[in-house]
Ligand binder design. Sequence first.
Ligand code: BEZ
Length: 235
Amino acid sequence: MLRIPTKMVGIQQPIPEQPQRGTAMALRLGDDAPNFTAETTEGTIDFYDWKGDSWAVLFSHPKDFTPVCTTELGYLASIKPEFDKRNVKIIGLSVDELGNHTAWADDIRETQGTAPNYPIIADSDRTVSDLYDMIHPNANDTLTVRSVFVIGPDNKVKLTLTYPASTGRNFDELLRVIDSLQLTAGYKVATPVNWKDGEDVIIVPALSDEEAKEAFPGGWETKKPYLRVTAQPNR
Ligand code: BEZ
């Protein structure tokens, strides 16, 4: 319970605590991605039902009818088949009203060649933004930053990214990371610097050479005992 200092009011009076915006605990890797129900450009969505056992990318942008967001949303629509191929669903969010999202889609098509072909959440009451800590008050206390959450089939957070409003994201990099996340979820490997799908990978240090012989019958190159390089196993 907060108390107003006696000096200010003459007598101490309890006042009810107000819920604080922007004080949500940041989501960390491995945390459960919170479920929610939200109004979107493709109807009302229960996030877990919509996602099913696919992977998902949930991303926020600061505002409709702004230049960087316009380029981001159009480009993402143009490479959606790449996300489909990887069994990844895409869903966007900003704190704008549904009507704005819909009207803006025409501008995105006109200027970028592709209109959004994925749902965009109209989070004007900030329910989802607060759940996912997408409003960073020291950057902007009303708009969402450029957050990205990659969520696995188990509904756990696998990747988080946060960019400021002034910097558009690189969605090709997001695909590269998803390739690594999906590969390393299924094999005892890690991916080296600037790795791209199809390139050699690293055997995780936790695997002994004995265990590695079984897992990687094609062998590997030992550059250091802790740095064993092998061909990408799912190729
Ligand atoms: C943009 O998307 O262009 C943008 C949005 C909010 C602040 C600055 C830029």
